[in-house]
Design a protein around this ligand. Structure first.
Ligand SMILES: NC(=O)c1ccc[n+]([C@@H]2O[C@H](COP(=O)([O-])OP(=O)(O)OC[C@H]3O[C@@H](n4cnc5c(N)ncnc54)[C@H](O)[C@@H]3O)[C@@H](O)[C@H]2O)c1
Ligand SMILES: O=C(O)[C@H](O)COP(=O)(O)O
Length: 328
């Protein structure tokens, strides 16, 4: 009998079902040693190198996967991202070195779409302000706004953008979309150029990947062109929005508010004070990269990642959801 294949798991909240799947398919989990919900982003290179010794598959969270790491570990055949965003994985180098990079496509569409709607509704109904007022003994009725009838602009209409659009349709909103790859068969939406979307939307929600092209796509110019009451929602990636420019726009009363699940500070500690200043505002609802983290989404993502690793190591067909990350 051949020795079990070693699979390093550094993503947080990996579960027994996914670990059992790996065991049933001749793999043994190498634990990261991190506490269950700790992020793998900051594992030092030397620690990671030791963990990757003899490892063939790696289920990764937000840790950067660099050419250096890949080149130093020739046994490593497959890197499975337990989510869908893979801007921190050097996919071109992986490909050049003959490694497979996969994502768990669709695992967290509903979670992120629900979270997006929760942020929109929380801002419109002023939940943070009301909650804070009551907790401070200030019993006030704060009037909010309807979502029905509003114009919502979605930047990016992939898996998650579509899940958001379906929900918005149920609320009776007009949905504008600016996306790189329009889907002519998808109902409910009107495609417009990004500038028109920015000028016409009451709520702007971003569902595009972070690339060199999309970095700071919502910056000072876009913020200046928005309606004065516009809400900006970012559940995609820190860096799509220029957080400094957003803070300045909110401080100047230029826009109505923001819902932020992701921050530039996640990749740049120097931006932590900006993130803190944003999160402290009454017109901002903030979560710490939690939109994809429902129990159901995590379980799906864990299992899909395990399936991706096994299929890549066995050379069998990838199951549904398991996609090769092959550039944007
Ligand atoms: N916060 C979280 O926990 C969380 C969870 C899941 C996904 N995400 C983020 O959400 C993003 C979207 O995920 P998805 O599964 O819908 O991805 P997807 O690949 O299915 O869709 C991305 C969409 O963005 C569009 N796009 C690409 N470049 C564009 C550009 N320059 N301008 C406009 N549109 C552009 C594409 O055409 C596509 O429609 C991911 O890249 C990831 O960063 C975040
Ligand atoms: O890219 C994603 O899907 C999200 O960032 C969530 O990733 P995670 O499941 O590894 O937390």
């Amino acid at each position: 009998m051949s020795a079990p294949r070693k699979v390093l798991v550094t993503t947080r909240l990996f579960d027994d079902a996914a670990a059992e799947y790996l065991a049933e398919h001749g793999c043994v989990v190498v634990p990261s040693g991190l506490p269950g919900d700790a992020l793998d982003a900051d594992i030092p290179d030397a620690t990671l190198s030791a963990l990757l010794e003899g490892v063939e598959g790696w289920i990764v969270g937000m840790r950067a996967v660099t050419r250096e790491i890949l080149a130093a570990h020739p046994d490593l055949k497959v890197i499975a991202r337990r989510g869908v965003g893979y801007e921190r994985v050097d996919v071109a180098s992986a490909k050049a070195l003959g490694r497979v990079v996969t994502i768990a496509a669709g695992a967290n569409d509903d979670a992120v779409a629900d979270h997006t709607l929760a942020m929109i509704l929380a801002l419109l109904r002023r939940l943070k302000e009301s909650d804070r007022a009551i907790a401070a003994g200030n019993w006030r009725v704060l009037s909010g706004y309807d979502l029905t009838g509003k114009t919502v602009g979605l930047v990016g209409l992939g898996r998650i953008g579509k899940a958001v659009a379906r929900r918005l349709h149920g609320f009776g909103t007009k949905v504008l979309v600016a996306t790189r790859t329009p889907d002519p068969d998808f109902p409910f939406v009107d495609y417009v150029p990004l500038d028109d979307l920015i000028a016409q939307s009451d709520i702007i929600s971003i569902h595009a990947p972070l690339t060199s092209e999309t970095r700071h796509m919502i910056g000072a110019d876009a913020l200046a062109a928005m309606k004065p009451h516009a809400l900006v929602i970012n559940t995609s990636r820190g860096g799509l929005v220029d957080d400094r420019a957003l803070l300045a726009a909110l401080e100047a009363g230029r826009i109505g508010g923001a819902g932020l699940d992701v921050f530039e500070a996640e990749a740049d500690a120097a931006m932590l004070p900006v993130a803190a200043a944003l999160a402290a505002r009454p017109d901002v609802v903030a979560t710490a990269h939690a939109s994809g983290s429902s129990a159901e989404a995590l379980a799906r993502g864990n299992l899909i990642s395990a399936q991706c690793v096994v299929a890549a190591l066995d050379g069998t067909d990838f199951p549904p959801g398991c996609l090769i990350a092959d550039g944007r």
